[in-house]
Design a protein around this ligand. Sequence first.
Ligand code: UDX
Ligand code: ADP
Length: 459
Amino acid sequence: MKKLQNILCIGAGYVGGPTMAMIAKKCPGRKVTVVDINAARIAAWKSDSLPFYEPGLREVVRDTIGKNLFFSTDIKSAVAEADVVFVAVNTPTKTFGQGAGRAADLQYWEKTAREIQDWATHDLVVVEKSTLPVRTATAMKRVLESGGSPYRFEVLSNPEFLAEGTAIADLENPDRVLVGSAETPEGLAAREAVVDIYAEWVPRDRILTTNVWSSELSKLAANAFLAQRISSVNALSELCEKTGADVTEVARAIGCDSRIGPKFLKAGVGFGGSCFKKDILNLVYLCESQGLGEAAAYWNSVVEMNAHQETRFVAGMLRAMFNTVAGKRVALLGYAFKADTSDTRETPAKVVADLLAEERADLVVCDPHALDNARVELAPHGDSVTFESDPYRAVAGADAVAVLTDWRQFAALDWRRVFDSMRKPAFLFDGRNCLDHKALFDIGFHVFAVGKAPMSHFD
Ligand code: UDX
Ligand code: ADP
């Protein structure tokens, strides 16, 4: 198979944009085009303010745009020119019909497949970048080759494992790249051609090749395992609060076991992000549709535990504050689902804000990069939620502060100044265990962290 010179990506989102920018940077001899139906998003990629905040992304785009990286809304010409099409469109959870609330909504994927079929002018390699249910590649091949198309389409799976906030480092130095294909001569040739793209900067021994189903399932499995570790440590955090054990110490003790490892053992208010919940529900649905009830229930419990962690965090706030927050000013520090991103999809902070607003608290939300999203998502609460980018102004006069995103700037605040500006008693709820609790207690705060005994001045 000839070199895949003209690379096209359909979908200029959190996955497509950064991945293609990195391919353009690392493969100066190839042309990379990214298209999207959302003209505003394409305009943002071409401007100085990218569609979302991601450390280091601006520099990679600036170095490549107009040289070998191009953004466009002209899907037709881009497909006609392409040697390979990566598909990175959104695959949200279905909100209607069969599998609603669990199965992946494949309408954008199928629509994209039909566009590729409409505009193709020769045989094409089509690569699934979006996370998809196992066996979607077969369905796609059927759509692409339906209606007597004169061209052959080889459908591969190459899931993206980047995490937001560290996307550039993850892309530059991935733990592994996974490329799955049909194990036919054509499939293997297409696989080699896609491997060659990554081999321009990723060591060959980190590029894994598998059959297409293993590749599709590995992406769901990786996210399910990571989320399961968080739910496991969060389940332990509740027991720690009851027994006087400290979840950070327990996580450290178990993480030193090389078979367990230290990562993804941080207890907190719950996991968020666009992937974990969606991918596990997708896995649950796949298990159910294969008649695997026990496996489905097992994975579903990971999501249930996460929802429990979010609601019990708020229940703990209420309990500590004499069972009422009505009319009290509560400052929420952090709204993004994790630090170093403006992304707020599935953020636990929204659940916390919604529950506190229901209790009639006066909320002030503070985040260095996610306030635009927060304003839109919390608009239904009207005047009971305000927004403030300066943390010191956010906490002034507050009865309670809850840290919901582990932004470094929150840990670095002058907490004595924060305490002095708050109403007393001053409550501090650390939903990310990112602060120095002993120091805060010594300043005078009543400190409540996840998975640790409360530090209260009342008893
Ligand atoms: C995840 C996967 O890590 C990535 O490989 C995949 O491609 C997409 O989904 P992402 O959602 O960007 O990436 O962020 P991640 O760092 O995994 O964090 C997810 C959530 O888990 C965040 O809300 C984070 O705060 C939370 N988390 C993470 C914990 O609560 N504890 C931990 O120990 C780690
Ligand atoms: P992800 O986090 O998986 O990257 P995003 O929602 O950030 O998901 O990005 C997906 C992108 O795909 C969006 O910008 C959306 O406009 C785009 N998209 C969806 N359907 C199509 C389509 N048929 N053609 C082109 N772009 C599409």
